[in-house]
Design a protein around this ligand. Structure first.
Ligand SMILES: *Cc1c(COP(=O)(O)O)cnc(C)c1O
Length: 384
């Protein structure tokens, strides 16, 4: 391990140098992969290296990735999980039976679906609220006094923006923990903990890894000594939802270019959103970087360096027209997920037909290809 770098270093510097991670044994400028599942003890039966006993709790590649993420997110501590959903589940498993929770409506479908089923079998009362409506969120907090309030901003696939500082205030007024799914923003574009959130959740499968080849999740916390964090940490240790060493190593490798990738993806998404806004075959574009987006002023305040690579637009002519346009795209892969270097297109209504998603909505995850090539592809697919 190199010396811990200066706290004032910018995200691009921290990421490029993996916050000082290296291999002291060989002088390698990147960390080695540590695959050992168990660690030896000396003749007095003390661990040879203090803190290293067994892989479920102890792995250097996981620690390196967690430290880097903590630095980027401004967190006291970070825990990695084998998927984003495992991180979501880790938070809600701390809620006692009989309590109530508050969750933003129309967010990532996997989160909503899992939480509904979980609450039903655990006698936890679930309240869903449109959290982009600050007053409605505050009223729901006051009325239901939830143990946890969960928001996702920008939300997927609606691109709604939640006022994190206001949500934190409303949650804390009733003793709730505010958890923010910040997957679409990544730690580069938004730091919810600095705005008052208690825990940030990421699907690190998305922008943080960025290369569509690692499934991982993360929780980053403002107070590493809090009761909820103690429960989350103990449960990961004992129930074993841990990330494997190779995945953690790949995650650190991916994060080295995170600031660079998020900047480029945001710039290209902004240009494509503007192009699509003027397109005669397009009914509506949802992108917080557009001045007429209802959350634009707020997003400009609480995000830095761009508005992310995720955008949705509604094709005129409904499902048939949207599916036809998606089918004609040559560069955008027709695939779920987001945040990778390659651009993706998704017809969300096919996947979640009964959730109010417009039939003509296409969601784009804008990658780092040449933006002119991406625009030309959209132009030929829309027939213009
Ligand atoms: C993908 C995603 C998740 C779930 O993460 P996995 O890594 O797929 O388990 C949660 N929230 C959002 C916003 C996502 O995009």
């Amino acid at each position: 391990m190199a010396a811990t770098p200066d706290k004032r270093l910018q995200p691009a510097t921290l990421a490029a140098q993996a916050a000082g991670a290296a291999d002291a044994h060989t002088g390698g400028v990147v960390p080695a992969v540590h695959m050992a599942t168990t660690f030896a003890r000396d003749d007095d039966y003390a661990p040879l290296v203090p803190g290293n006993v067994y892989l479920r709790s102890h792995n250097e590649n996981v620690r390196v990735a967690e430290r880097l993420l903590s630095r980027l997110e401004g967190a006291a501590d970070t825990l990695l999980f084998p998927s984003g959903m495992a991180a979501v589940a880790a938070v809600f498993r701390t809620v006692p039976n009989g309590a109530s929770i508050l969750v933003q409506s129309q967010i990532y479908w996997g989160t909503t679906a899992w939480i509904r089923a979980f609450c039903a079998r655990r006698q936890i009362t679930l309240h869903e609220v449109e959290a982009a409506d600050t007053d409605a969120f505050a009223a729901a907090c006051a009325a239901h006094r939830p143990a946890i309030a969960w928001v996702e901003t920008p939300s997927n696939p609606w691109l709604r923006i939640v006022d994190i500082a206001a949500a934190a205030e409303a949650a804390h007024a009733v003793g709730a923990q505010l958890v923010v799914d910040s997957t679409a923003a990544s730690p580069v574009l938004s730091q919810p903990l600095a705005l008052g959130a208690d825990i940030v959740m990421h699907s690190a499968t998305k922008g943080i890894n960025g290369h569509s080849d690692v499934l991982a999740g993360a929780l980053c916390v403002a107070d590493g000594e809090s009761e909820i964090w103690r429960m989350v940490r103990e449960d990961r240790d004992m129930a074993g939802a841990v990330l494997a060493p190779m995945e953690a190593w790949l995650l650190t490798r991916g994060m080295r270019t995170l600031p660079l990738r998020m900047r480029e993806m945001s710039r290209s998404a902004q240009a494509l959103a503007a192009y699509l806004s003027d397109h005669p075959r397009v009914e509506e574009v949802m992108y917080p970087g557009l001045p007429d987006h209802p959350g634009h002023a707020l997003a400009a305040r609480q995000m830095q360096g761009g508005f992310g690579g995720l955008l949705s637009f509604v094709v005129k002519g409904g499902a048939q027209a949207a599916l036809q346009a998606a089918g004609r795209l040559q560069l955008f892969h027709r695939a779920t997920s987001l945040g990778g270097v390659e651009s993706l297109v998704e017809h969300r209504h096919t996947i979640e037909p009964d959730t109010g998603i417009p039939e003509g909505l296409l969601r784009l995850s804008v990658g780092i290809e040449d933006v002119g090539d991406l625009r030309d592809d959209l132009a030929q697919a829309l027939g213009q």
